[in-house]
Design a protein around this ligand. Sequence first.
Ligand SMILES: C[S@@+](CC[C@H](N)C(=O)[O-])C[C@H]1O[C@@H](n2cnc3c(N)ncnc32)[C@H](O)[C@@H]1O
Length: 280
Amino acid sequence: MTENQARRAADVARAYYDTGDVDGFYAHAWGGEDIHVGLYEHEREAVGAASGRTVDHLAAKAADVLGPGSTVLDLGSGYGGAARRLAGRFGCRVVALNISEVQNRRHRELNAERGLDHLIEVVTGSFNEIPSPGARFDVVWSQEALCHSGDRALTLREAARVLRPGGRLLFTDIMAAEDAPAAELRPLEERLTVADLATPAFYHGLLPGLGLTDVEFDDLSEHMLTHYLRLEEEVGRDGPGLAGAVSDGYRARLRENLPLWSAACRKGHLRWGTFAARRA
Ligand SMILES: C[S@@+](CC[C@H](N)C(=O)[O-])C[C@H]1O[C@@H](n2cnc3c(N)ncnc32)[C@H](O)[C@@H]1O
């Protein structure tokens, strides 16, 4: 991968998330706070509740280092659902780095509404050049954002660089199964505007070489099918405020696109789960 490819992918991600229709979909159909896969207690559960549970599940892997004195860096922080949940629960500070200024505006507004803006700093920038000179973070966190990186080795090298020794890397990502046929993944990658998807084996191979130990992956792929079926349902019934938030054309495209994701989940072509590792 070249620096240009990484920069181009960042530009594509910014343009995608800054688009009115995309913003309207994620802000209204996907729970309004989080834009990641939820952990479902049952198939009828609200997307927002399940998405919050994913944050709690991931945080539990670093509960010993999360507290009022600690600082988390969230890479690709969306509307800040995780940042607010972490700051609210643990009293930790969060630096939320995200390339989309549209999302960052909404993120700052929500932080102020909840009285959490003194704990959360929202920074506009790319996770390929983390604006921090040294190893200062207790936790580097990321959810469903590495899929957008044009150079995941670069992004994760940056993550490892800014983690203090003993600090934790925690992330979730939408990944491909190792044996997924490229032609089946292509329509999904195009919809997400990404060049490709990582696999669990890719991350397992990469992380130890970046000075990360105790690498653990929990495969929670079954929740991804429930998640996409719930999204299909929300879009199908024009769930909370969607009709006014996205154009008719985009809504029609969503109705075509979302079933592609659930079909890929059913065929076992996608993987999703939590990665946790410790900086040596
Ligand atoms: C699917 S959303 C996930 C948002 C958030 N992590 C969450 O779980 O709610 C992907 C996020 O990655 C961000 N992103 C994509 N490429 C980025 C880059 N190069 N640098 C920083 N953020 C990026 C997007 O702007 C978006 O906020």
